[in-house]
Design a protein around this ligand. Structure first.
Ligand code: ADP
Ligand code: MG
Length: 340
């Protein structure tokens, strides 16, 4: 066969394979967009585990009518100026909306602060439908229907409504921990609604949000961590050794406000607790790392859950040292006999 260029829709579907693994990935991308738009209220509604419907509504900046078409075009973003090493927003790749639009039916309805009316655009079969006027509140509402209808092979990998719904809940909670000044509401088909009112951006507000998400037990059974090394700050809470879990799923980590699943952080936490916890028990942790964006590469994977630190040794040392110190200072004793 002769060499040919892939069609735009095929290129977007290939990108979607990486960005949109399951309904929860769509929710993550849309919620991150709402946060980047400065929203103070974000509502997530789903049906059928997110495969039938995902709707994310925010009260953020909105998208100007004349930019709606760009918003759904590949590699178009309002977030990157010139330097890919200085990323301060959650998004920057300009990939999420076109990717989602290539595997689902997408509608975006939006209105900016100064616009007198709203507008909407859709994507059907990978093609934008054209911008048209539409009634809209200030902010943006993105609706995704029939996820993966265009890629039946991917649809087959979905785990069923219950599992997909719980993955969505988990991702919203994980993000909500990092944005306590934002109100999050999450509702599904079963009429259950999780409402997390804003608690505020100060230390008290952060702890209140953690309690909303993880239950009041955690703040009662945790100690504060706050340390700084060579410009890298680590702060948050770790559970005391009597409050543990059988797995590490409740170890939440954030790098500059971005939720991450990072091997280095997980390994550092194992090291920090090695002396006080049996090997099959895991601490519950919520830890925020803040550092110069130039010292961490968030462009490792399209879903942006992995990061690479310029100086991994520094970060590891900071976590192990700070957590051990906090445990020692709080006077908690080891739960394993003989350890000190
Ligand atoms: P990225 O977030 O990497 O820029 P996306 O495909 O997710 O790429 O979004 C493309 C663009 O659409 C964004 O850069 C932004 O300008 C606009 N946009 C998307 N969602 C929203 C939203 N909820 N509020 C305001 N603008 C949005
Ligand atoms: Mg985005």
């Amino acid at each position: 066969m002769p060499i040919r260029q892939l069609t735009e829709t095929m290129i977007n579907q290939i990108a979607a394979g990486e960005v949109v693994e399951r309904p929860a990935s769509v929710v993550k991308e849309l919620v991150e967009n709402a946060l980047d738009a400065g929203a103070s209220r974000i509502e997530v509604a789903t049906a059928g585990g997110g495969l039938g419907l995902i709707r994310v509504t925010d009260d953020g900046s909105g998208i100007p009518e004349e930019e709606l078409e760009l918003a759904v075009s590949r590699h178009c973003t309002s977030k990157l100026s010139t330097d890919i090493h200085d990323i301060r927003s959650l998004g920057f790749r300009g990939e999420a909306l076109p990717s989602i639009g290539s595997v689902a039916r997408l509608t975006i309805r939006s209105r900016t602060r100064d616009a007198s009316s709203g507008a909407e655009i859709g994507i059907e079969g990978g093609e934008p439908t054209g911008t048209r006027p539409a009634p809209a509140n200030r902010g943006t509402s993105v609706e995704v229907r029939d996820l993966f209808y265009a890629t039946p092979a991917r649809l087959k990998f979905m785990k069923g409504e219950r599992a997909e719904t719980s993955a969505i809940t988990e991702i919203v909670k994980r993000i909500a921990i990092a944005f306590p000044a934002v109100r999050f509401t999450l509702s599904g088909t079963d009429r259950s609604t999780t409402d997390m009112p804003a608690t505020g951006d100060d230390e008290k507000g952060r702890l209140a949000r953690i309690a909303q998400v993880m239950g009041k037990d955690f703040p009662d059974n945790s100690i504060a961590v706050d340390a700084m090394r060579e410009g890298v700050r680590l702060h948050g809470h770790v559970s005391i050794p009597s409050y543990t879990r059988a797995n590490a799923l409740q170890q939440y980590a954030y790098v500059n406000g971005r939720p991450v699943r990072d091997k280095l952080i997980a390994g550092a936490l194992r090291g920090a607790f090695a002396d006080v916890l049996p090997r099959d028990r895991h601490a519950v942790t919520v830890l925020f790392l803040s550092l110069d964006p130039a010292l961490v590469d968030v462009n490792v994977h399209p879903a942006k859950a992995d990061v690479r630190f310029r100086d991994p040794g520094l970060v590891r040392g900071l976590i192990v040292g700070a957590v051990r110190e906090a445990l020692a200072a709080s006077g908690v004793r080891s739960s394993t006999a003989g350890a000190s």
